[in-house]
Design a protein around this ligand. Structure first.
Ligand SMILES: Nc1ncnc2c1ncn2[C@@H]1O[C@H](COP(=O)(O)OP(=O)(O)OP(=O)(O)O)[C@@H](O)[C@H]1O
Length: 798
């Protein structure tokens, strides 16, 4: 149906074009009398004269129909993609048509008698309108493709733009060949940015995206409105100032009166002072609104990032996300309001100057505007280019920031592997990628400015030449020409500001794409969905759970696992490395959601339980716990709103923290350093246990909590753990036999499934079982003998 309507629109366009152009020819005599003879006269080639014949309008119409026909043939042959890429030719054709129509009007003006024919104006208007509307009509009707299935239509051009941009960004030219190797390295890095990939898939149309930015800034509408109101006052003062001064000064000079002069100077001073005051207050309002917007965008972005599911962080790198929060978010708040300010200011100038220019000479004015569409077209394409480039530039900045972040956070590893040079090279490569893109943007920008300067010079020459000609012919007064030139300068300044404004806006759009995308992104696993707050005993059940990590969707890690963890008991998960033990823990922690099956805590599906409630009842101690850079006190009380010192002391004693803290000069106020770097491994682990215990959890998960420690620290930590394990459900992952043998139950996890279950003694009876083999491997070949000798376990876990 929609296709039919679009075809009908195109047909109406053609009919209107042909009939209106031909009918206008019937009005080539004074007055509004339609005359068939005038039409026949036009086609009398024997008396053709360029100065008087409207045949050019017919030729233009014919050209439009031919080019439309070509477009239809191209689309019918299934080459729509090619046509959409070459739409620039139709745009250029539109501009040439416009220029011919305007030029023809000026030519007719040379014979004043002709200017009484209404047909001339009808032809000019229709030619200008139709040559412009043709590319638009092609885009809107021919360059759409039907989506399979639902009958919806989609703009082909958007798709091609995205495709071509992704081709550019993937370092692949349209013919499929790869660009230079350095570019491909840079592009590979971009591929790593999952936000980029996802954002390209879900890219918002330009208008919607712009509207989102306006909405972000619009929250401070009161301050912005105040600033813009003051701006309007400033604009009005600016516009009336010259006229006011010249009037007052000329009156003073004519009257030869000092009093009038003094009065004029007083008014002048008053206006200047008011202008300065208005500007200062406007600046304050504007700055305040901008800073508030920046603050809100940063907070919103940070909140949105915090809200994302863990798989989002698996895919996106910290440095890149930081770049979004710090650099990209600021570029929105700093630019858009300024653009609006510049637009308002220059629109005032434009609409103030243009009517005056037309008043002095409409001929000169339309000849000035003859090149206007060329500049518009250039500005459009330049803007689109700048948008893409700016997006790439921000990506490149994010990639090099990411390198810095990664290297600084792992500086000890870098030092101990003597990888400084390698990292320096990596950073140089990334920074060079950014450098190349910014140089490209400078070069293109310079050419664009050069183009503007050239157009300006051409316009100038045209004005002086044509204006001089009109003046010499007595069709324009010399003072009028001078005044016209003066206003033309003002107009040009305004247009010039618009030219850079458009590219700046596109730049902002480029850099804001990812910010808006992240802010709009809904996590697949929303931790805020659960609302139930049941009493928790600690019975965890896995029911036929299947799971694959979102980053590797095809590689199943858990294959329909079913497992029951009884309350108050200790279960040890053992098995070969990479078989899914930590994944089970991640699912209990609700870092990910299973693809099928469910996990229940005391009969309630875990995703239905309130996030905060759930994590006060389930606590995790990892192999390498992350401490925050605050004090020991802050780390133990982390996430607890009303934690007291007594609570802290109680858990510190249970976790053997107090024992080493009391020897420290600043006690619990000792700083832990970034990621706990100022603490030993054992101390970190014990603080992490205290941090877990302060919530008084019903379920304690120990993911290789002691495996990284030396014997001394391990005994300290395990002693603490033994104490805490009482009356709690404990899930322990360990590789050492000594840590699992006294668990109530041991589950052997193999290829994402439970293959054996029982206590140590039961499992050791099955000599074909994996547990038996694992134990054999650890203790030496003769298990039983070794066991008799009681191979010194490092520490008995429970
Ligand atoms: N965040 C992740 N994204 C994608 N794949 C992952 C992720 N974490 C783990 N994997 C993969 O999932 C599989 C199971 O990993 P898991 O950490 O659960 O094994 P594990 O049994 O705990 O191993 P180990 O005993 O060595 O800690 C592995 O193949 C691993 O590469």
């Amino acid at each position: 149906m929609r296709n039919l309507i679009l075809k009908l629109c195109l047909l109406i366009h053609v009919i209107f074009d042909v009939t209106f152009t031909l009918c206008s020819l019937g009005f080539y005599s004074p007055g509004w009398n339609f005359n068939f003879n005038d039409i026949w006269k036009t086609f009398d080639f024997t008396h053709y004269s360029y100065w008087t014949s409207p045949l050019d309008y017919v030729a233009l119409s014919l050209l439009r129909q031919v080019s439309l026909l070509i477009a239809i043939i191209i689309v019918r042959r299934g080459k729509s993609e090619k046509l959409s890429k070459w739409m620039v030719i139709y745009d250029i054709f539109g501009i040439i048509g416009y220029m011919i129509a305007i030029l023809k009007l000026l030519i007719f003006d040379e014979t004043p008698e002709l200017m009484k024919y209404p047909g001339i104006y009808m032809n000019t208007c229709s030619a200008v309108f139709l040559t412009f509307s043709l590319p638009f009509a092609i885009r809107k009707t021919l360059l759409i493709k039907k989506e399979e299935g639902d009958g919806a239509y989609e703009r082909l051009e958007n798709e091609t733009t995205t495709e071509s941009s992704s081709n550019i960004e993937n370092g692949t030219s349209s013919n499929g060949t790869s660009s230079s190797s350095s570019e491909s390295t840079e592009n590979k890095k971009e591929e790593d940015d999952a936000v980029t990939k996802e954002e390209k898939e879900k890219r918002l149309p330009l208008s919607t995206h712009l509207w989102q930015i306006v909405k972000l800034c619009g929250k401070q509408w009161k301050w912005f409105s105040a600033a813009y109101s003051l701006l309007l006052i400033d604009c009005v003062l600016n516009l009336v100032e010259p006229a006011l001064y010249s009037k007052m000064m000329s009156t003073a000079i004519q009257m030869k009166s000092y009093d009038v002069l003094k009065h004029a100077c007083f008014v002048l001073a008053l206006v200047q002072f008011s202008e300065a005051t208005v500007n200062t207050v406007r600046y304050i309002c504007m700055q305040y609104a901008e800073r508030l917007t920046a603050r809100n965008i940063r907070l919103g972005l940070f909140r949105s990032i915090l809200h994302q599911d863990i798989s989002f962080f698996d895919e996106n790198k910290t440095g890149q996300l930081m770049s979004r929060i710090t650099h990209d978010s600021e570029s929105i708040s700093n630019s858009l309001p300024v653009y609006i300010e510049t637009t308002t200011n220059n629109l005032f100038m434009l609409f103030g100057s243009a009517p005056i220019m037309f008043y002095y000479s409409w001929q000169l004015s339309i000849s000035t505007f003859i090149t206007f569409p060329i500049t518009l077209l250039m500005t459009k394409y330049y803007g689109l280019f700048v948008e893409k480039l700016s997006e790439k530039e921000n990506d490149a900045t994010a990639v090099s920031n990411e390198t810095v972040e990664e290297v600084l956070s792992a500086i000890r590893t870098v030092r101990s592997f003597a990888a400084e040079k390698m990292e320096h090279l990596r950073y140089t490569r990334n920074t060079d990628a950014w450098f190349k893109i910014s140089i490209k943007s400078v070069v293109v920008g310079t050419f664009y400015n050069y183009f503007w300067a050239t157009m300006w010079n051409i316009e100038d020459v045209v004005i002086y030449l044509y204006g001089g000609y009109l003046t010499l012919n007595g069709r324009m007064a010399p003072e009028a020409l001078l005044t016209y030139v003066f206003y033309h300068w003002r107009l040009h300044a305004a247009l010039n500001a618009f030219s850079s404004l458009f590219s700046d806006v596109m730049k902002t759009i480029g850099s804001s794409r990812k910010v808006i995308h992240i802010m709009n992104r809904h996590p697949e696993l929303d931790y805020e969905i659960g609302t139930e707050t049941p009493e928790i005993v600690g019975n965890i059940i896995f029911e036929d759970v299947e799971f694959a990590y979102p980053t590797r969707k095809t590689a199943k890690v858990l294959n329909g696992i079913s497992l029951s963890i009884e309350p108050g008991k200790t279960i040890a998960l053992v098995g070969p490395s990479g078989n899914g033990k930590s994944t089970l823990v991640s699912l209990i922690q609700q870092f990910y959601a299973p693809q099928s099956g469910q996990i229940l805590l005391d009969g309630t599906p875990v995703h239905n339980i309130d996030h905060h409630h759930y994590h006060t009842k389930i606590a995790l101690v990892e192999q390498e716990p992350t401490l925050f850079s605050g004090t020991i006190r802050e780390n133990i009380l982390y996430g607890i709103e009303n934690g007291t010192d007594e609570d802290m002391m109680r858990v510190s004693e249970m976790a053997n923290v107090h024992e080493f803290v009391e020897k420290m000069e600043k006690g619990y106020d000792t700083k832990c350093g970034e990621k706990g770097v100022q603490m030993s491994g054992g101390q970190k682990q014990r603080i992490a246990i205290a941090r877990a215990l302060i919530r008084n959890p019903r379920v304690l998960i120990l993911d290789e909590a002691t495996s990284a420690l030396d014997a001394d620290s391990e005994s300290m930590v395990q002693e603490a753990l033994n104490r805490c394990a009482k009356e709690r459900t404990v899930v322990v992952i360990a590789h050492r036999l000594s840590t699992v043998r006294s668990a109530d139950r041991i589950a052997v996890i193999e290829k994402g499934n439970v293959t054996e279950m029982g206590n140590h003694e039961e499992l050791m009876k099955n000599e074909e079982g994996l547990y038996y083999k694992l134990v054999s491997k650890q203790l030496g070949l003769d298990v039983k003998k070794e066991e008799k000798e009681e191979e010194k376990p490092i520490v008995d876990f429970f």
